[in-house]
Design a protein around this ligand. Structure first.
Ligand SMILES: Cc1cc2nc3c(=O)[nH]c(=O)nc-3n(C[C@H](O)[C@H](O)[C@H](O)COP(=O)(O)OP(=O)(O)OC[C@H]3O[C@@H](n4cnc5c(N)ncnc54)[C@H](O)[C@@H]3O)c2cc1C
Length: 398
């Protein structure tokens, strides 16, 4: 059992306990919802099949990119390929300013990077985890996997499977589902809640080209989406910030699909360079703008040819490869996904309360919903904001 958490005692015939709240999933959304409720004097039980807030540890490469410096809630919502409109109401109640204030309250100082990403000044996801866990010490933590939720008079029965085997059942008047986007949705089956099948997002893409792995090109233009960012060539295909954004926007596109890039959309007069250095190998001329290995791969059979021997046709062929670099995407790189696109269909949920339209007092928050954002702190912002709205409504209804 995790230190600091009380053991909840399962009941063969669950007693009726008015006003008690269960949170299924002790990730970012679940633990923050627990925090808001405990602060207001509620008794909260968190069910998690693993350790609470373990999912926070790898965020931001261990630094925890906890929000993004976008302070207009409608602009903020534009960073969610799925969920934009739904989040208007959520973010109008809890957005970036509130996140910063929340972290101050948790005694976690933050700073904003040049690119707008907000981190704790300690640059430590571990510290963020510890400080949140310290504030929710009063939580009853049940290390059990929830296998079903059933509607019963006055609330919900939670059925779970402890690691020791068998089954436990519990009764709660209010239940918050915060199981994230990567776990099974089977435990919701009996409720007949519509689930959009999850697919990987913010992920590297497998493709048909083989360029030297490990090379990063800066400010590459995606011609399909008209956005510029860095691209990383890998042994399976492509990755890096530009590819993550593309993988998010095209998360539901069928494979295979084509992508086209301008690898160098700046002023670049190749003929001038060829004239200027007639005795240089072509690879050394192209290495003015690309790493040498990459220049060699683009040039292929022309890499070792002297500049003065390059005719107009070859020059244009290479220029076309640079400015119209095409690849065919065949899939996503398994296990690399940061979030999943899909989850509980937003038409099932009231954005003003976060509870299910069909089931009062059954709430859904965080990535379990069909909401996902780009890289940059947007996914954790969704977790904090939806957790806040659910907690506020529980306080009103209970
Ligand atoms: C490597 C990596 C880096 C990331 N970096 C960032 C970042 O820097 N900034 C950002 O904004 N986002 C980042 N994200 C995304 C972000 O971590 C998630 O969007 C966020 O954690 C979602 O929070 P959540 O509480 O909804 O779900 P989760 O954090 O996934 O938590 C769900 C919890 O539910 C539990 N659970 C699931 N099913 C059951 C069940 N049936 N019974 C009991 N327990 C269950 C799980 O064990 C888990 O603890 C990153 C993700 C990854 C993978």
């Amino acid at each position: 059992m995790e230190q600091g958490f009380k053991k909840a005692i399962p009941h063969p015939n669950p007693p009726r306990r008015r006003g008690n709240v269960a949170i299924i999933g002790g990730g970012a959304a679940g633990c923050l919802c627990a925090y808001f409720l405990i602060k207001a004097g509620y008794e909260v039980t968190v069910f998690d099949k693993g350790s609470p807030l373990a999912t926070l540890l790898p965020t931001g490469g261990g630094r925890c990119n906890l929000a993004h410096a976008e302070y207009d809630f409608k602009e903020l919502a534009k960073n969610y390929p799925r969920g934009e409109k739904f989040l208007y109401s959520v973010f109008s109640r809890f957005s970036t300013y509130d996140t910063i204030a929340l972290f101050e309250e948790l005694e976690i100082k933050t700073y904003t990077q040049e690119n707008g990403r907000i981190f704790p000044t300690s640059n430590s996801a571990k510290e963020v985890r510890e400080k949140i866990l310290e504030r929710i010490k009063k939580t009853e933590f049940v290390k059990e996997k929830v296998t079903a939720i059933e509607v019963v008079e006055g609330g919900y029965k939670i059925i779970s499977s402890p690691s020791s085997g068998g089954k436990n059942s519990y009764f709660f008047s209010h239940v918050v589902v915060a199981t994230g986007g990567k776990s099974s949705f089977d435990f919701l089956r009996k409720l007949n809640i519509k689930i959009i099948p999850p697919v990987p997002s913010l992920v590297g893409l497998n493709c048909d080209i083989k360029m030297p792995a490990g090379i990063v090109l800066k400010n590459v233009l995606s011609k399909d989406l008209n956005i510029k960012d860095d691209i990383l060539f890998t042994h399976f295909g492509v990755s890096g910030p530009l590819i993550y954004t593309i993988s998010s926007i095209k998360a539901r596109e069928k494979f295979p699909y084509k992508l086209s890039f301008d690898l160098y959309s700046f002023e670049f007069e190749l003929q001038k360079l060829l004239n200027l250095y007639p005795h240089k190998d072509f690879k050394n001329i192209l290495s003015e703008i690309f790493p040498l290995n990459f220049a060699k791969a683009i040039l292929g059979e022309f890499a070792e040819i002297k500049a003065c021997k390059i005719d107009g046709r070859t020059r244009d062929y290479i220029l076309n490869k640079v400015h119209n670099f095409e690849l065919t995407v065949t899939g996503t790189n398994k296990g690399e996904e940061t979030v999943s696109a899909g989850g509980v269909d937003l038409s099932e949920i009231n954005p003003k309360t976060m509870d299910a339209k069909k089931y009062p007092n059954l709430y859904f928050i965080g990535e379990v919903l069909d909401i996902d954002g780009f890289c940059g702190g947007f996914n954790l912002q969704n977790a904090w904001s939806t957790a806040f709205v659910a907690a506020e409504n529980i306080k009103l209804s209970n």
